[in-house]
Design a protein around this ligand. Structure first.
Ligand code: ATP
Length: 300
């Protein structure tokens, strides 16, 4: 069953078209990254999914339940790290978790949850003086309470230091491993690539692509630079150049550089060997994610 199904969802705020005809299915057990530049409509999509905002058109189902008409049933299965959150200054991190555990009728230990987000050492401090990143960790821990079937995380790594971002990725993987679906928005491409099975790219309120990052690279012909060290450069490189997905081949000493699609990498290496070269080593360099993103969103 699909964990989330958006069907023809549109949202207007006055004259602003925040979302246009969004149809998208996120499978149960999938880690799905929702990418897009500022103002693309990511938070609006999440707000509609959680019924914080009503769509102008279309509907959303979460594990088959209608997000607008069966909001309570949806919320019972979802853990949320929202765009904006509120914490209680005078309560400690542990007390926040204890409340969340009670509200969800769960039985986790607050300290164990704080440990998962690297905040156990601050468990008994009032959250008043927490930094943005610490608060973000706390709210994530609260989202994990009760082992929700779906985690919805709005920009989860914004405001986190590199350790925090790494821990966030570990939490996302662990949640996936226990069978949860994770839907998260981000404009930090590396974060998305590191953990996502598929991504959706939103631009100006429209979904412009949905696929794995690997397939998205293929689709725009954004490829790979393959650098191979050979014992001798074959006299006939045309058979490599003629391969589908190979754009250019050049030689410098015993180093060969091949620009190609991801998929053409192996055939290119095979063709080099077939042409008589013995490959002593090779490296590949992917097209930077920024370029890939720009290809889909038209952003420089
Ligand atoms: N309450 C609102 N009233 C008016 N316009 C809004 C409202 N909420 C969002 N918008 C507009 O809808 C569009 C999409 O905004 P949204 O916050 O969904 O984008 P986003 O992709 O989450 O952006 P960011 O990465 O900057 O958070 C923007 O043009 C925004 O100005």
């Amino acid at each position: 069953m699909a964990a989330i199904e958006f069907d023809g969802v549109a949202k207007r705020f006055g004259s602003v078209r925040a979302l246009e005809d969004l149809s998208l299915s996120v499978e149960a057990g999938e880690v799905f990254g929702f990418l897009g530049p500022n103002g693309a409509g990511k938070s609006t999509t999440i707000d509609i999914l959680l019924d914080y905002v009503r769509p102008t058109a279309g509907s959303v189902r979460v594990f088959g339940a209608d997000a607008q008409r069966e909001t309570r049933a949806v919320h019972e299965r979802v853990g949320v790290l929202p765009d904006a959150y509120h914490t209680y200054d005078h309560l400690t991190a542990r007390q926040h978790l204890a409340f969340a555990v009670e509200a969800r009728d769960a039985d986790e230990r607050p300290l164990a949850l704080l440990d998962r987000v690297g905040l156990a050492y601050e468990a008994d401090r009032p959250v008043e003086g927490f930094s943005k990143g610490m608060t973000q960790r706390l709210v994530l821990a609260m989202a994990l309470v009760g082992e929700p079937d779906l985690l919805v995380l709005d920009e989860p790594t914004t405001g986190l230091d590199p350790n925090g971002a790494r821990e966030m990725r570990a939490v996302i993987r662990a949640e996936r491993d226990r069978g949860a679906t994770v839907f998260f928005s981000s404009h930090i491409l590396e974060q998305v690539e590191a953990v996502c099975d598929r991504v959706g790219i939103l631009s100006g309120g429209e979904l412009v692509a949905v696929d794995s990052i690997e397939e998205l690279r293929e689709a725009v012909g954004a490829g790979t630079t393959l650098t191979a060290t050979v014992d001798r450069v074959p006299t006939d490189l045309d058979r490599v150049r003629a391969l589908e997905g190979v754009f250019a081949v050049s030689a410098d000493g015993t180093t060969l550089t091949v620009s190609c699609t991801e998929r053409a990498k192996k055939p290119a290496l095979d063709a080099l060997e077939a042409a008589g070269a013995s490959i002593e080593g090779f490296e590949t360099e992917e097209t930077p994610l920024e370029e890939l993103f720009a290809a889909y969103t038209g952003e420089a």
